[in-house]
Design a protein around this ligand. Structure first.
Ligand code: 3PG
Ligand code: MG
Length: 392
């Protein structure tokens, strides 16, 4: 895979159409978590430093081609101005004259691209209109890359294009983890449901040396092996699929690891009375809420021989104590191995970031992706249109 970066582009005096993902959470008209805004700072900074004019294109929510006042990107302006450390001019629709009149050192934010009906249709006219507004296209929105829209895909074919710093970091981390990993490679896949992760498991079984399955989805695999899981979260209808995945692993070099012991409670509540048991001992009215200490010890021992880790999803009900124990212990072991230089660790998707933050180790992983769906689709082996359009 090859793509150009900002280092390969001559930006002096040029208008740089810069696709960013500032689809941030808001409450009462104010941004409540500016993480996504902080992650585009290096790109905007570097474009300005190279004498370019960054013109930010972004979607916000799902207005479906119509103007929706609450979804105006105007409400991100205070946060953008605070974090970008430069003046930010807002425009409804980019016309060439007003973009040219913007002084050097100022960034431009264009109104929500999804207000235009052409955006989600990847309308060639919209892409051509945008391309006529700038000289260079920079895509820094990995998390929007699963969408083939005018601002994420169409316009990339019409201008000299490159990846922004955040896109570059995401692609490098994912390439290092799954493209050309140092082996042995271990993947941890947890979370509630197998049904949302079938494609991902099917792809990982072909690529990784060890696959650790945890969380509610491990119960589906245990049940598929004939183990009684009581009242645990379990997709019994997916037993055949789970067995197919295990069969597929037998035909490859991938070893699947299921829990060796379980933590069982009678109710799903913080501090609920609980017991550590063997996997065969879950009572009819019991619920498996975490993996037990033998499982964590097994994880530690496998991990100590691995060079690369991909992590998606918690190993237990980490949001209620003490059922966060296996997740926290395993995450800390991975963080320690990373800090001592023995492991490359890449994490992302859904609850994963929350789980690593809860364990206090997100900073210690080699890379934590800001993308949810895009990270999962990458693990599924899918081609992301926004990334493919940058190939050259
Ligand atoms: C996100 O927030 O997940 C991305 O910005 C993509 O948004 P979308 O799912 O509406 O395309
Ligand atoms: Mg989404």
């Amino acid at each position: 895979m090859t793509w150009k970066t900002l280092d390969d582009m001559d930006l002096a005096g040029k208008i740089v159409l810069t696709r960013v993902d500032i689809n941030v959470p808001v409450k009462d008209g104010a941004v409540t978590d500016a993480t996504r805004i902080t992650r585009i700072v290096p790109t905007i900074h570097d474009i300005l430093a190279k004498g370019g004019k960054p013109v930010m294109l972004a979607h916000f929510g799902r207005p479906k081609g119509e103007y929706v006042p609450e979804l105006s990107l105007k409400l991100t302006l205070p946060a953008l101005r605070e974090h970008l450390d430069c003046d930010v001019k807002f425009i409804e629709k980019p016309d060439r004259a007003s973009l040219e009149a913007v002084p050097r050192g100022t960034a431009v934010l264009v109104e929500n691209t999804r207000f235009a009906p052409g955006e989600e249709k990847n309308d060639p006219d919209m892409a051509a209109f945008l391309a006529s507004r700038g000289e260079v296209y920079c895509n820094d929105a990995f998390s929007a890359a699963p969408r083939a829209h005018a601002t994420t895909e169409g316009v990339a074919h019409l201008l000299p294009s490159c990846a922004g710093r955040l896109m570059e970091a995401e692609l490098r981390a994912l390439e290092a983890a799954l493209g050309h990993p140092d082996r042995p490679l271990i993947a941890v896949v947890g979370g509630a449901k197998v049904s949302t992760k079938l494609a991902l498991l099917g792809n990982l079984v072909e690529k990784v040396d060890h696959l650790f399955i945890g969380g509610g989805m491990a119960n589906t695999f245990l049940a598929a092996e004939g183990i009684h899981v009581g009242k645990s979260l379990c997709e019994h209808d997916l037993a055949v699929t789970a067995r197919e995945i295990m069969d597929k692993a037998r035909g490859t070099d991938c070893t699947i690891h299921l829990p060796l012991d379980i933590v069982v409670a009678r109710e799903f509540a913080a501090g609920a009375a609980h017991e550590v048991m063997g996997i065969d001992d879950c009572p009819e009215d019991g619920m498996i809420l975490d993996a037990g200490p033998k499982t964590v010890a097994e994880f530690d021992s496998v991990l100590s021989n691995c060079r690369t880790l991909i992590w998606n999803g918690p190993l237990g009900a980490f949001e209620i104590e003490p059922f966060d124990t296996a997740t926290v212990k395993a995450a800390r072991a991975a963080a320690e191995a990373t800090k001592s230089g023995k492991l490359i660790s890449v994490a992302g998707g859904g609850d994963t970031v929350a789980a690593l933050n809860h364990a206090g180790v997100a900073e210690d992983f080699t890379y934590v992706s800001t993308a949810g769906g895009a990270f999962l689709e990458w693990l599924e082996g899918k081609t992301l249109p926004g990334v493919a359009a940058l190939q050259g």
